[in-house]
Design a protein around this ligand. Structure first.
Ligand code: S3P
Length: 188
């Protein structure tokens, strides 16, 4: 993995990892990048770990091993981060990580679990720009987004320590609000 700044370089020391959960297109990767830069944290990404472990892109994992195969890699990636006791990290997770119940305690062991939300319209607009999401390769992606969102909304809500709606915020505003909340919950 590429060299990252040491957590001790952080201008705003935060004694906890940030774990981002939420639907595809909710802004986990973009906001994760900003959070990592602001905090001097490592940015880790379960999707990237899965691609590395499988030696193929996510679309190919779904094609050759099915969604279950992908979930297995994803659960292993999460367990790996917990085992390795990652510190000073922002962890961006795949949108379906909450669908496996056994992942939930691991998310909490990893850090402060932040759910990013956005309106269905914003989500659909964002995911339409990127075709690399196999779950949306359906005849009617708009309907698929809608169905998956309503099925998953309670799972994200149950898993989250804190929820922030990113629809009407810039990514920087969202990152600042997350940092402020984390400082409130984890004072030094
Ligand atoms: C998925 C979300 C994707 C990726 C995979 C499955 C999901 O990650 O893990 O395509 O089930 O919602 P992003 O949320 O980063 O798009």
């Amino acid at each position: 993995m590429a060299a990252q700044p040491e957590p001790t370089d952080s201008p705003i020391a935060l004694p906890v990892n940030l774990v981002l959960i939420g639907f595809m297109g909710s802004g986990k990767s973009s906001i994760g990048r900003i959070l990592a830069t602001k905090l001097g944290f490592h940015l880790l990404d379960t999707d990237a770990l899965v691609v590395e472990a499988a030696g193929m892109q996510i679309t190919d994992i779904f094609k050759w091993k099915g969604e279950e195969g992908f979930r297995e890699y994803e659960a292993n990636a999460l367990a790996y981060l917990v085992d390795r006791n990652a510190k000073g990290a922002v962890v961006a997770t795949g949108g379906g990580i909450v669908t496996r119940e056994s992942n939930l305690p691991l998310l909490h062991r990893l850090g402060f679990v932040v759910q990013l939300t956005a309106s269905e319209e914003v989500i659909f607009e964002r995911v339409s720009r990127n075709k690399a999401r196999p779950l949306l390769h359906t005849p009617n992606p708009r309907e698929t987004v809608s169905e998956l969102l309503s099925r998953r909304a309670p799972l994200y809500a149950a898993a989250a320590d804190y929820t922030i709606d990113t629809s009407a915020k810039s990514h920087t505003q969202a990152a600042d609000a997350i940092i402020a909340e984390a400082h409130r919950r984890y004072p030094r």
